[in-house]
Design a protein around this ligand. Structure first.
Ligand SMILES: [Zn+2]
Length: 169
């Protein structure tokens, strides 16, 4: 999924009002952070590093939460709960919208790449920045259902964002 859609997902999760408003930046960051591996990946298809595995975030967030628990710091615990939910949402939406590379849900138990719709890994043998131009872009949007889903996600987030400025009567 594209970065703007991950940011939108983070915003939608924040709008569920599970925690106080001050956590907005952490929601946005958490929903995006696995894609930071794009910075050191040579191609789209290779950009799914360990940051795109569930086990990594499970271990990191459990440890972080546990440290917060021992230190009796609610903020630390909340931070790691949000990080866990946000990164899970990232992996889940990447799994749904996978076009060239899926998610290794059971890594390191197995190395199987899971995806909802058939993927074409060869189309991902391009540098990350080329995701933003055809032919990758047109290939990405070939699946109309996924395109509609991703656009819908962004529109809902934008609408909620603009409505958040409306003063209550
Ligand atoms: Zn991703």
């Amino acid at each position: 999924m594209f970065i703007n859609s991950h940011l939108a997902t983070g915003y939608l999760l924040y709008k569920l009002n599970i925690f106080e408003k001050k956590w907005l930046p952490i929601w946005i960051l958490s929903a995006w952070i696995p894609d930071i591996d794009g910075l050191w990946s040579s191609s789209v298809v290779e950009h799914h590093s360990v940051l795109h595995t569930q086990i990594f975030w499970m271990v990191l967030c459990s440890l972080g939460w546990f440290i917060g628990h021992l230190k009796k710091k609610l903020n630390i615990k909340t931070f790691f709960i949000i990080l866990f939910i946000g990164t899970f949402a990232h992996l889940f939406t990447d799994y749904i919208t996978a076009r060239t590379v899926g998610i290794k849900w059971l890594y390191p138990l197995n190395d199987v790449d899971y995806f909802l719709y058939p993927i074409i890994p060869e189309n991902g043998n391009i540098p990350i920045w080329k995701m933003l131009v055809p032919p990758y872009l047109t290939f990405y949007f070939e699946n109309k259902l996924l395109t509609a889903f991703e656009i819908f996600l962004n529109i809902i987030a934008l609408v909620l964002y603009f409505f958040s400025f409306k003063k209550p009567n």
